[in-house]
Design a protein. Structure first.
Length: 399
């Protein structure tokens, strides 16, 4: 690697415009590179993968990394020496078998060469161990400035859907998944939806919704082909669903597959409360296409539904504000039980959102929720990782 001069044009600060740290992962084993890349991307880093020291040089010249992750391959010494010779100013994280003499030797070599070595990561490792190694470099959550342009994001292919498991609250088996839109900017990393979802009057509003439908149906076919079918839920605004052309495009994109048992569309509870008549009309219409409407983030709006006898919604999702901490909060449990009673009267299933602790999950079970969703089971993840981790497993999600 020393024959290649490494670029020294490094960013000293991220500045006001949010720029996510760059990570270059070097390992000859592709599955290890992919595993580390997915884990770091979920933390907000922008990752690049290469198999050897030459690949590291090429990646470095293209985008100088802030962290280099080195597996214990045959040219790891060459990689370290090349970084040292060129004055690499970032951090180096060595990953290898826990207790391996080589891991200790490479760590010592990097320190002797004057490189900024993070504590070595022994494998197998827990997610919190990786997090602790890179915590000081994890990107902040400041909004991008200027805001992300949706048209550019669509054209550039920065958009993606990640999936979060919906778990049967009694059997603990995977029961479905919610698709959540993500934007992966080449400089800012993963941008939260709040910073790029356009308003109803934006000309790109429908294009974003079309992307969600198209990608979700393509992912469903991937899941069904590679693993097994699963009931998917997507989020769409009511303004899109009241457009006949949007409904027609949605209908035509549904999979023509014998295992497809329908789609769930989640509409925010606040939207439903502002125009309940429209929401009911949409729900009745979509039932003919095997599409059910779920009321998402249901909170203060529940009294409006309680006055009705005929509500064509198949699912009520209780807002995380009422679920999180419900194990120790009598008022939150009372609110949950009120919605559960309403759902039972209307014949709808119920989902507890934001379940993050075993105590809250036990409370959710005891109260009688149909499904649970939250970080206690799994965070949202990219489609291929969701298939590999969630759909390939046949047993309980939580043990």
């Amino acid at each position: 690697m020393s024959e290649h001069p490494l670029a020294l044009d490094r960013r000293s600060t991220f500045g006001r415009r949010r720029v996510a740290p760059q990570v270059c992962i070097v390992d000859r084993k592709r599955h290890i590179r992919r595993f580390l890349s997915e884990a770091l991307e979920e933390l907000g880093f922008i990752t690049h993968e290469c198999a050897d020291a030459d690949g590291l040089y090429q990646a470095y010249c293209a985008v100088p990394p802030d962290i280099v992750v080195l597996g214990l391959g045959p040219d790891v010494v060459e990689a370290l020496q090349g970084l040292a010779e060129e004055g690499f100013g970032g951090k180096v994280l060595v990953v290898g078998g826990r207790g391996s003499p080589m891991l200790t030797a490479i760590q010592d070599l990097g320190e002797n060469l004057g490189l900024a070595m993070l504590p070595a990561l022994g494998t197998p490792y827990r997610s919190d161990e990786l997090n602790s190694r890179v915590a000081a470099l994890m990107p902040g959550d400041e909004p991008p400035s200027p805001p992300v342009d949706v048209a550019e994001a669509v054209d550039a292919g920065w958009l993606d859907l990640w999936y979060q498991a919906k778990v049967d609250a009694h059997t603990l088996l995977l029961s479905g998944a919610e698709a959540l839109i993500r934007l992966r900017h080449p400089n800012w990393g993963v941008v939260p939806p709040a910073y790029f979802i356009p308003g109803a009057g934006d000309p790109h509003f429908h294009a974003l919704s079309d992307f969600v439908v198209t990608r979700a149906m393509a992912d469903w076919m991937y899941f069904a082909t590679e693993y097994r079918p699963i009931r998917l839920a997507i989020n769409l605004p009511a303004a899109v669903l009241e457009d006949p052309e949007s409904i027609d495009r949605l209908r035509r994109q549904l999979p023509d597959h014998p295992a497809f048992d329908g789609l769930i569309i989640e509409i925010n509870g606040a939207e439903v409360s502002r125009n309940l008549g429209l929401a009911k009309k949409i729900a009745r219409q979509l039932r003919f296409y095997n599409i059910g409407i779920s009321i998402d983030d249901l909170g203060a709006e529940w009294p409006l539904l309680s006055e009705l006898d005929d509500v064509p919604f198949i699912e009520l999702k209780v807002d995380r504000a009422f679920v999180n901490g419900c194990a120790n909060d009598r008022l939150k449990r009372a609110a949950c039980r009120t919605v559960l009673d309403l759902a039972k009267r209307l014949g709808a299933s119920t989902v507890a959102e934001g379940v993050e602790t075993r105590e809250d999950f036990e409370a959710v079970q005891e109260m009688g929720f149909s499904l649970a969703q939250g970080y206690l089971f799994h965070k949202p993840m990219a489609a291929r990782k969701f298939g590999r981790i969630m759909l390939a497993a046949r047993g309980p999600v939580l043990t």
